[in-house]
Design a protein around this ligand. Sequence first.
Ligand code: EPU
Length: 339
Amino acid sequence: MLTIQSNVSLKSYNTFGIDVSTRYLVEVDNDQDIQTLFQLPDIQSLPKLILGGGSNLLLTQDFNGLVIKINIKGIETVKEDQNHVWLRVGAGENWHEFVMYCVERGLGGIENLSLIPGTVGAAPMQNIGAYGVEIKDTFDRLEAVDISTGIKRVFTNADCRFGYRDSVFKNEVKGQYIISNVQFRLDKNPVLHLSYGDIQKTLEQMSVKELTIKAISEAVIKIRRSKLPDPAEIGNAGSFFKNPEIPASQYEILKSEYPDIPGYVINEEIVKVPAGWLIEQCGWKGKRFGTIGVHTRQALVLVNYSGGKGLEIKQLSEKIQASVEERFGIYLHTEVNFV
Ligand code: EPU
């Protein structure tokens, strides 16, 4: 049964812990709920906000519309061959719990993505990634409901047009679909991804005897716990900005001025620079302004200590963008979505 609630606080629905309200809120448990919802009169005219774990979101004002919280659960084995298992997962499953499900069964491919907040359905939207792996590497397909017609559509890996923290769902079909489930192809004979510097170092510190996906997952969890704030304790949405990709020529000029500037060569023409480093250089790391601030251990993460307002966080992000642009000539694009 669908229950539409009125005037609900969204504080517990976003990992930043911003206390704004929505005019209406409904939680959907299955595909049928979505179809039923979109047959209700007056639904089409309401502004809608589709929510997974609310972990990549900054709410700057009350929402005068309908929030649709996706609670679709379930993990099902679709098929299996000698080397792979295909799992179909409800969009409302918690991402980290799904990673643990795979790690415990020896199914490789997403262990480097341990402890990322959010839900399975939200993961493809921005092609979540960490420690040298992105979800596009194991993603097979997803099913989504078109919110204007109620018709279900399958998106293959190619259809999603995955890029760095990017997909078709942030661009061409933004706001048009509700993702109801996602299918992954996991490896029975996992290929271990250890190239990201911190992973090797952490595994050595942990004196790991056997390199397994479980060991990698544990190393990732250790690194994340040491650098990133736990949203259950301090409100945040992970990286607030994307790491900028700049022309190699600009990188060379910056390198002559700042010999320590880190950079990852993407191709002959493009270098990716860590936004956290740029922000730290501008003196923002660990700065606190009343109830909000810049995380003490990772300058890429903005935090809400308690009771902070979304607009204040937005203003702080704009000041950071301005100072990085002035000093380095680089514009930082935000990774979080503003509502
Ligand atoms: N750095 C600083 N100061 C800081 C933060 C970072 O100098 O305050 C430097 C580090 O010393 C290092 C480099 O920046 O040389 C990279 O730092 P880190 O390994 O922490 O990764 P990142 O590039 O800052 C990205 C992702 C994270 C992901 C990590 C690990 C983006 C926008 N962020 O951060 O993703 O966990 O790599 O793969 O690409 C997220 O999306 O929410 C997120 C946390």
